[in-house]
Design a protein around this ligand. Structure first.
Ligand code: NDP
Length: 279
């Protein structure tokens, strides 16, 4: 018999274009259950009041997107290791009157990269573009796979360096933080280039020169119309180019599993969403 699993939502600002309701409804259908999953725009100043109200009214789980992941980290009573290390929460679950916080971006990224695209990170030279929330969410899972080298390059040099310094002060060694226009960067070559900047949302120039693409696998965390790095790399000589839609679906699957205990089979959902988007 079909169960109603309670109310879920993705909150952020902006959130209008989120695919999460569609993805989670497909997971629930596969699970044989029904969910209410909304997308709700919540301004930073209203976050705490919204979360309290949501969970006192049948709220069973929240996904948190920009710019509220740090606020969700602050409000959670307990945290998983991934959210602790990047200080950002994208999944909240109520447990015995308390809120548990999780970050599923790293798992989503690695599942897509390794299991779906068959790409191994071990001993590869990696360039990570960007040092914002998404870069922080994936960088430790990436390092757990022991790449040969990791360079973090960001428009604002200081934040790339701060992230590299932070990682070097943990158990990782030899990570470089550079500016996108740094001459040191120009001399290097990479096996895997990951775009974790939001440049694609703003129709900005590509963050790196075409010369970097030769023989490189490119992975753009952006998807849909914002995935201009993915499209540019694909048409400009990269060995392979992958967009971030798979990661989005895999991180959502992990959230669904955290809330319900059911681990969705993502294959049909991946195909359905791509088909609906025509990509
Ligand atoms: P943040 O706002 O935290 O960080 C944005 C990053 O992009 C910063 O490093 C910023 O550099 C850089 N940036 C912004 N504009 C430009 C530009 N014009 N040129 C070069 N660099 C620029 O965003 P997030 O880290 O949360 O998100 C980044 C991207 O990842 C987004 O496109 C988001 O949609 C995507 N994402 C995808 C997910 C998925 O499941 N596929 C999950 C999470 C995010 P600076 O420090 O100089 O401002």
């Amino acid at each position: 018999m079909k169960k109603r699993l309670g109310n879920f939502a993705v909150i952020g600002d902006p959130v209008e274009h989120s695919l999460s309701p569609k993805i989670h409804n497909l997971f629930a259908k596969q699970h044989g259950n029904q969910i209410e999953y909304e997308k709700i725009r919540v301004a930073k100043g209203l976050f705490v009041a919204f979360v309290e109200d949501f969970f006192s009214n049948r709220g069973a789980g929240l996904n948190i997107t920009l710019p509220l992941k740090a606020e969700a980290f602050e409000i959670a009573d307990t945290l998983d290791e991934d959210s602790k290390s990047c200080q950002a929460v994208n999944t909240l679950k109520p447990v015995n009157g308390k809120l548990s916080g999780f970050n599923t971006d790293g798992v989503g990224f690695l599942t897509d990269l390794e299991a779906w695209h068959g790409i191994a990170v071990k001993d590869k030279r990696i360039l990570l573009l960007g040092s914002g929330g998404a870069a922080k969410g994936i960088v430790r899972p990436l390092l757990s796979r022991e790449p040969k080298t990791l360079v973090i390059a960001n428009r604002t040099h200081a934040s790339a360096r701060a992230l590299a310094d932070q990682l070097n002060s943990e158990n990782f060694i030899g990570i470089e933080g550079l500016g996108l226009d740094d001459t040191q960067l120009m001399k290097k070559r990479f096996d895997i280039i990951i775009n974790a900047t939001s440049a694609g949302h703003k129709n900005s120039e590509m963050p790196i020169d075409e010369n970097f693409l030769e023989d490189a696998i490119c992975y753009d965390l952006s998807y849909g119309p914002a995935a201009s790095f993915f499209r540019w790399a694909e048409s400009s000589g990269a060995k392979r180019s992958i967009d971030g839609l798979g990661m989005l679906i895999e991180q959502a699957a992990k959230s669904y599993e955290i809330w319900t205990g059911f681990s969705p089979n993502t294959e049909s959902v991946r195909a359905r969403i791509r088909n609906d988007l025509g990509i």
